[in-house]
Design a protein around this ligand. Structure first.
Ligand SMILES: NC(=O)c1ccc[n+]([C@@H]2O[C@H](COP(=O)([O-])OP(=O)(O)OC[C@H]3O[C@@H](n4cnc5c(N)ncnc54)[C@H](O)[C@@H]3O)[C@@H](O)[C@H]2O)c1
Length: 365
């Protein structure tokens, strides 16, 4: 496909996830190309642009949104900014890929969905687990009937805590590990089971090791009760030593499957001296390590961005939408309320005037 036909993309943000977006478009370049980046810290957008071969850079994302050729923007900025950035991008007529979690409140989620609908632009939710090759294979087998009636889907994501200070600041993040990584597991179980109605949510939260730097939860266990009888079990931690863990378990009356994202794609390695890079959030490369290869591909990031670009061209229908993000947001609110009150919380659950999900837990601490 010629450059003229490819979807022109602008990225908002220039750090961790923005790098993944840029690299993902580079890995699958036939549908889209990144033509601009915006990030407020002087020098960061320029450095990012030079590193990724992007021709234009801005310190104010609104200036980038004024560029007429940009068709789609990806939002890789802190959670508290997702809603206002989405509204600005929609008003500028751009299609939107918004990172997880969708936003802070259900009112914001409604606004984002409504504005995008009114402006005729797509709101796509960057949940890469819908595109993770191993997990896609598990879902395909389940949909083919391999496990019969599925009664339990588990998703687990754990490491020793995020890289940037804003994640630890609940004002800007909206919550701790349950919000940051539980949002993946909630979306995963919902998607895997074919988006059944969620009846109730039960959640346990704790701050085991990082109480010195956050008011947020650093460990979470959440049970989602779906219509039809299946349960989702979402387990997340920022208290886990030894690097990153991301895995699923699926159980049905006729079978089961397990997938470990990193272990099955890693080289059991021993090194006395260390080496360059093992895997996201690995604390060391000395001693025994499990370096991964084709990391972004195994997560599904390039496939995800490729799919979203195809949606802009009308070649695909979005598989992860603002509506999915809103369901996840409601479960986050219900989960924090459940952990705070020690109760099972029935859905629909729409608390009014609560600024961030974690407030419902902190109110009871
Ligand atoms: N899908 C995933 O697996 C995944 C992984 C990591 C992060 N994320 C999500 O991506 C988002 C960004 O996280 P991150 O890890 O890249 O954080 P980060 O701190 O590494 O980067 C945040 C970026 O946002 C920029 N930013 C802040 N204010 C801005 C503004 N007003 N205008 C434009 N840019 C602004 C910062 O300058 C920085 O470049 C978060 O919502 C996070 O939850 C998703």
């Amino acid at each position: 496909m010629s450059s003229r036909d490819r979807v022109k993309v602008g990225i908002i943000g220039s750090q961790f996830q923005a790098d993944i977006h840029a690299e993902s478009f580079r890995l699958m370049p036939d549908e889209a190309e990144v033509v601009a980046v915006a990030s407020p810290t002087p020098g960061n957008a320029e450095q990012f642009a030079k590193r990724h071969g992007i021709p234009r850079w801005f310190t104010d994302y609104r200036r980038m949104l004024a560029e007429p050729d940009i068709e789609m923007v990806t939002i890789a900025a802190p959670n508290a900014l997702h809603a206002s950035m989405t509204v600005d991008a929609a008003n500028a007529g751009k299609h939107i890929v918004c990172e997880k979690p969708l936003c802070m409140t259900l009112e914001e989620a409604d606004l984002m969905i409504d504005v995008c609908r009114q402006k005729g632009v797509l709101l796509m939710y960057a949940e890469e687990l819908f595109f993770t090759p191993k997990y896609v294979k598990a879902k395909k087998m389940a949909d083919e009937g391999a496990f019969g009636k599925v009664y339990l889907v588990k998703q687990t994501e754990k490491h020793f805590g995020p890289h940037a200070p804003w994640f630890w600041d609940v004002q800007r993040s909206g919550g701790g590990v349950f919000m940051d990584m539980g949002c993946h597991g909630i979306a995963f179980c919902y998607w895997f089971l074919g988006r059944p109605r969620i009846k109730s949510v039960t959640c346990h939260l704790a701050t085991h090791v990082h109480g010195d730097k956050t008011k947020g939860d650093d460990d979470s266990i959440c049970i989602i009760d779906f219509e039809g009888g299946a349960k989702g079990l979402v387990e997340d931690s920022w208290a886990r030593r030894g690097g990153m863990e991301d895995r699923i378990e699926v159980y049905g009356e006729g079978g089961m499957t397990l997938a470990d994202l990193h272990m099955g794609n890693a080289l059991p390695t021993y090194s006395e001296y260390g080496y360059g890079y093992a895997v996201e959030k690995a604390p060391t490369t000395k001693g025994w390590t499990w370096p991964v290869f084709e990391e972004l591909w195994n997560y599904g990031f390039p496939q995800e961005m490729h799919h979203f670009a195809r949606c802009v061209r009308g070649k695909d229908t979005p598989q992860a939408t603002g509506e999915d993000g809103r369901v996840v947001q409601e479960v986050l609110f219900a989960g924090y309320h459940s952990a705070g009150t020690g109760t099972r919380v029935a859905l629909p659950f729409r608390p009014q005037g609560v600024a961030r999900p974690i407030d419902l837990w902190l109110a009871h601490r």
